[in-house]
Design a protein around this ligand. Structure first.
Ligand code: MF3
Ligand code: CO
Length: 254
């Protein structure tokens, strides 16, 4: 069942999104050489709590395991869900995906972005730019009565036109009282297929794009997802509301 949010719920989700985007905006300037991913995590948790919200990922249960942190800090060939660590120190030329969620007054918001550490390669810049643009293109295209595939197809076609690949085994999702609600929002698929979007639906759209092959694998820590071929990967995500005329980005950075 896909939940259509009430105007009261939407107002709370707007506030949750605003808190999250402001927290992210404050974390990004702390991304530089010599910083540990755990320091970023601690900062994110502090900022979230200062805003009267809670970390949305902390203790999130999946297959009987509980996510232990506030952020996912996925570096280079790590696609998503990499755990922040004291001894994981950022170095010049790395790219890092920061994925964060908050829970505010019972509602979740979810967003991710990828940034470079110091000087990064042309290839890395291009990967980040194309991934970001694929999400922007998908969002621009949203109108009520389009199909889910009308979100998926623009992402896949733009990415592949640029000779990069979209991760297939992971997807975006509905979001609200739960971090992950129906429907699944795939980053590949055909136009005009799947569920029809209605005003009041809230979706987290999150393309994960690899420089090489789309295949991924999970590390022994059971969380960290990496590219199978070792190539670089980037990730962007926004929580968006379907409105009467298009989409409202609830996690927009101002
Ligand atoms: N944005 C990611 C997702 O929707 C973050 C989840 S991290 C987890 O899957 F720890 F909560 F799983
Ligand atoms: Co998500």
């Amino acid at each position: 069942m896909i939940l259509i949010k009430t105007s009261k719920e939407i107002e709370i989700m707007r506030q949750a999104g605003k808190i999250l985007s402001e927290v992210m905006k404050k974390i990004v300037p702390h991304v530089h050489r010599g910083v540990s991913t755990l320091e970023l995590d601690k900062l994110a948790e502090k900022l979230i709590r200062e805003n009267g919200a809670e970390p949305g990922f902390k203790n999130y249960e999946s297959y009987g395991r509980f996510y232990p942190a506030t952020l996912c800090t996925s570096i280079n060939n790590q696609v998503v869900h990499a755990l922040p660590k004291k001894n994981k120190i950022l170095k010049n030329g790395d790219i890092i995906g920061l994925d964060c969620g908050v829970k505010y007054k019972g509602y979740y918001s979810d967003m991710a972005l990828t940034v470079g550490v110091g000087e990064i390669s042309f290839q890395a810049k291009r990967l980040i730019q194309i991934t970001k643009e694929s999400l922007e293109i998908a969002i621009k295209n949203i109108r009520p009565e389009i199909h889910l595939g009308d979100i998926s197809w623009p992402i896949q076609s733009f990415v592949e036109k640029n000779r990069l690949s979209v991760v297939r085994q992971l997807c975006g999702h509905g979001i609200g009282k739960e971090l992950h609600e129906e429907p699944n929002v795939f980053n590949y698929g055909d136009r005009g297929t799947g569920l029809i979007l209605k005003p009041g639906m809230v979706l987290a759209i999150e393309p994960m794009v690899n420089e090489g092959d789309w295949r991924i694998e999970t590390l022994d820590d059971e969380w960290t997802i990496v590219t199978k071929d070792g190539s670089l990967s980037a990730h962007f995500e926004h929580t968006i509301l379907i409105t009467k005329t298009g989409a409202e980005v609830l996690t927009k950075i101002n």
